[in-house]
Structures are given as structure tokens and as C-alpha cells.
Ligand binder design. Structure first.
Ligand SMILES: Nc1ncnc2c1ncn2[C@@H]1O[C@H](COP(=O)(O)OP(=O)(O)OP(=O)(O)O)[C@@H](O)[C@H]1O
Length: 297
């Protein structure tokens, strides 16, 4: 079943087409990562899907409804983690989670959410006293407290330390295994590789590539590079038959091949190759810091 269907989506700001004829389907239960350089149109697309922005042209269906006209019941079925952080500094995570849980028909328990996002130690501390990464965890907690069928995560782990990111990935895998459909945007290619069933790469508001992380841009069939040390020099060889080359090297060296490495293009290599022709001076081309964005009501 299709959770999200996008056909011919267009959104312009003045003369600038932020989304320029996007077609995309996301299946129920799928973890889908939307990748693209700064200004590619990811947030605009996601905010149209969330019902926060209106499209200029095209058709969008999210859980069977048009997000722009969808009712409160529909909103109950989705969870949203925006790029912005909550501004309720005087409340504690437990208080804000409890009051948010109240607005949903079938919420998760506050204790369960606090544990899931690893905020046990900070549950009763005022939000003003949380670090950036801890606030981000709270944002994620607020996104999942309503037990959404579909979860939107806009750059969810910006500002997380490496352990917090690993913990977060575990949480996403758990949610996915429970059947939650997840659409995330991220600038971290390792995050997409770890989490996503499929990735879509957009630039200039258009879809450049759509595939599993392993197959994106023909990655799986790319030649491998075999590298080793010989006579004090690093040698490399590109080959479609790396196993054969390694076995030849092993014969030649009579056993262990010094400093042997066999590698294929990383998802990041493939991604950078895909977007290179599309990165203009408008795009900053680098991972964005978490930005505060005013969300239209
Ligand atoms: N409210 C707005 N008014 C005018 N232009 C906007 C507005 N929101 C976005 N844009 C422009 O639309 C384009 C797409 O922006 P968008 O935020 O969707 O990109 P993004 O892929 O999410 O970028 P990032 O990775 O930096 O978050 C950019 O050129 C941006 O400057």
C-alpha cells in the first residue's frame, strides 16, 4: 500500500522553483530517506506533505488524504519532527510530553517515550537546561508520543553526539519494525545507509535518483578498488573481479598481502557524483546546521 503519493509537485517562491515537478511514491512500512544539497527542496516537499505549505501544482496524497484539507483525525495519524526546536523553556520534558500525549487518541505512555529517546536523567529538568542534542531528542519524543502511523523526521540527528545517533538509529529501527512508515531528510549519508529501505536524491526540486542505498546510482555493479603495499609503495587496481585479483596477489605474496584493502564507492561517493552537476552557487553544498524555521500554523 502507498502511504505517500506525489505527482507533478511544483512549489515556487517568486521566480525560484523550489520543487519542480516531483513524482514519488513511499510505501506503507517503508523507511525512506530524502537526500539532497542545501536548498534542494527537501523541506519544502516535506512541509507540503505535512500540510504546512500549499503546492502550486501537482497532486499529493498522504495516508489517503490531501494534507492541505485533511482533518484532525488525519493529523492524529502522523508525527512530525521539524528542524526547529520547541520553545517552551520553562516546562520539563515530562510535562510537555504529557500535555502533548493528551491531544492524541492513542498515545504512547510518557515513560515509554522518555526511555525511548534516552531522556530519563533529564525528564524533570527545565527544557532551558537541556543541551542542543537533548532538545533534539525531546523533539523526536514529541514526534512519536502520538503513536503515529507515519513519522516525518527533518534532519533528526543534527547536533547529536555519535552515541546518541546510534541510540536514535536503534529507536528508528524499532519504530520501523512496529510498522511505522518513516520519511526522513538527512545530510548524513551513513544515517541514510543505516536506516533507509530506499533513498531519493533531489536537487533543484527534481528527483535525480531513487533506489536502495546499496544500488543507488549503479553502486552495486561499480568496479571495486583493490589496494595493497608493495616495495614500500601503495598500489591500486580497479577491477570487476576483486576476488580473483586478491587470490592472484595472495599467490604472488605466498600468503598475506600487506595492507590489503578492497573497497567500492561509498554511498557518499555516489551521492556526490550524482549531485555534482546540480550544485550551483545558490547551494551551499555542505551539511546544514540545525536552523530555526517558523512553521506556518
Ligand atoms: N519561505 C520561503 N521563501 C522563499 N524561498 C524559500 C522559502 N523556503 C524555502 N525557500 C527556497 O526554496 C529552496 C528550497 O528550500 P528548502 O528549504 O526546501 O531546501 P532543503 O533541501 O530543505 O535545504 P536544507 O538542506 O538547507 O534544509 C531554496 O532555494 C530556499 O532558499
Amino acid at each position: 500500500m502507498t502511504a505517500i503519493s506525489i505527482r507533478g509537485l511544483v512549489k515556487a517562491y517568486g521566480a525560484k522553483r523550489a520543487v519542480d515537478g516531483l513524482d514519488l511514491d513511499i510505501e506503507t512500512g517503508e523507511v525512506f530517506a530524502l537526500l539532497g544539497p542545501n536548498g534542494a527542496g527537501k523541506t519544502t516537499t516535506v512541509e507540503i506533505l505535512e500540510g504546512f505549505r500549499t503546492a502550486d501544482a501537482g497532486e499529493v496524497s498522504v495516508l489517503g488524504s490531501d494534507p492541505h484539507t485533511a482533518n484532525r483525525l488525519w493529523r492524529n495519524r502522523i508525527g512530525i519532527v521539524l528542524q526547529t526546536s520547541s520553545g517552551l523553556d520553562l516546562l520539563t520534558p515530562r510535562e510537555i510530553l504529557a500535555s502533548t500525549a493528551h491531544t492524541y487518541a492513542n498515545p504512547r505512555s510518557v515513560e515509554e517515550v522518555i526511555a525511548a529517546v534516552g531522556l530519563q536523567e533529564k525528564a524533570d529538568v527545565r527544557i532551558a537546561g537541556l543541551s542542543g542534542g537533548q532538545r533534539r531528542r525531546l523533539d523526536v519524543g514529541l514526534g512519536i508520543v502520538g503513536r503515529p502511523e507515519l513519522l516525518f523526521l527533518d534532519e533528526p540527528t543534527t547536533g547529536f553526539d555519535p552515541q546518541a545517533r546510534r541510540d536514535f538509529w536503534g529507536l528508528i529501527r524499532t519504530l520501523a519494525s512496529e510498522g511505522t512508515t518513516i520519511l526522513l531528510t538527512t545530510h548524513y549519508l551513513d544515517e541514510a545507509e543505516h536506516l533507509a529501505d530506499r533513498v531519493g536524491v533531489i536537487a533543484g526540486g527534481r528527483l535525480l535518483a531513487l533506489d536502495t542505498p546499496a544500488n543507488l546510482g549503479g553502486r552495486a555493479s561499480e568496479e571495486a578498488t583493490v589496494a595493497w603495499l608493495e616495495d614500500g609503495e601503495r598500489r591500486t587496481l580497479r577491477t570487476a573481479t576483486p576476488t580473483l585479483e586478491v587470490s592472484r596477489l595472495a599467490d604472488r605474496f605466498g600468503g598475506e598481502v600487506p595492507e590489503l584493502v578492497v573497497s567500492r564507492p561509498s554511498l557518499e561517493d555516489t551521492y556526490l557524483t550524482l549531485i555534482a552537476p546540480h550544485v550551483t552557487q545558490d547551494d551551499e553544498g555542505a551539511p546544514a546546521a540545525t536552523t530555526t524555521r517558523k512553521v506556518p500554523a
